[in-house]
Design a protein around this ligand. Sequence first.
Ligand SMILES: NC(=O)c1ccc[n+]([C@@H]2O[C@H](COP(=O)([O-])OP(=O)(O)OC[C@H]3O[C@@H](n4cnc5c(N)ncnc54)[C@H](OP(=O)(O)O)[C@@H]3O)[C@@H](O)[C@H]2O)c1
Length: 275
Amino acid sequence: MIFGATGLLGKALTHEWSGDEVVALSSRDVDIRDGERVREVVRKHTPDWIVLSAAYTDVDGCESNPDKAFAVNRDGAVHVAGAAKAAGSKMMFLSSDYVFDGKRTKPYETEDPRNPQSVYGRSKAEAEVRLLEALPDCCIARTSWLFGVGGKCFPDTILKLAATRPALDVVNDQRGCPTYAGDLANAIVDLCHKNASGIVHVTNAGDCSWFEFAQEIVKDAGLSTEVRPVSSQQMSRPAPRPAYSVLSPASLRLCGVEMPEWKDALRRYLKERSS
Ligand SMILES: NC(=O)c1ccc[n+]([C@@H]2O[C@H](COP(=O)([O-])OP(=O)(O)OC[C@H]3O[C@@H](n4cnc5c(N)ncnc54)[C@H](OP(=O)(O)O)[C@@H]3O)[C@@H](O)[C@H]2O)c1
């Protein structure tokens, strides 16, 4: 059972998941803020696995609407965990690099302390803690910098801007791991089949700054747009972004799963986008 099946990852998950029966749900089918409705649908289908990809993902929107952020991202997750427990289903929760403060300079391991700096990050961090209490054998997959054909994402924005502007300013002081929704979806299916539990970091291999990511996008798309590095201060946003949110692949390797390099993933995304 997939909550959030109409989102960027949810669409990839629905597309990639084969060989098992899949119940794909949008917010119109079930609003996860409605605990009774969540229990009803989970009880009806009693799935082996529930993947909770649904979330309020507008990071800046969460700053101005914290009530909604906590109601969906934390309380909604607790509702799903309760329903999973009652039905005997295993649960996979999608979490984020934003649970960390971004002040480190080496990749974050799963056991590093959470210290979220934004409302979105706090809502995800609190959900993680509550889920591990309610359902100790759940699996928490933290990912980052998601891109794919199923929705708005950074490469799509860069390509649209590059088509109309001679130069683009992109921040060069935030580092992370771009992650292709199709690759993440395959890893999630694999983790479910392997009966994974605990916290796992799931991103494409390698890391970069947004500036380096944009340079690669423009180059691979065969465009001549100039990409110029700027600082986060020059591009102020309502929610603080972690300066360094590279997630270590060690936990994923322990599960026997390897992810392709982000540059390879980007080339496959560009192919998929143009087909
Ligand atoms: N995007 C990233 O860079 C990123 C990075 C790290 C972690 N994540 C996490 O990865 C997961 C997938 O992200 P995404 O980018 O695929 O998200 P997305 O494209 O924004 O999709 C969000 C999904 O959640 C559903 N949803 C929103 N509010 C809901 C509610 N109250 N009840 C039920 N469903 C609700 C939406 O349904 P409707 O279409 O019906 O509104 C949609 O299917 C999320 O948990 C996100 O926090 C994302």
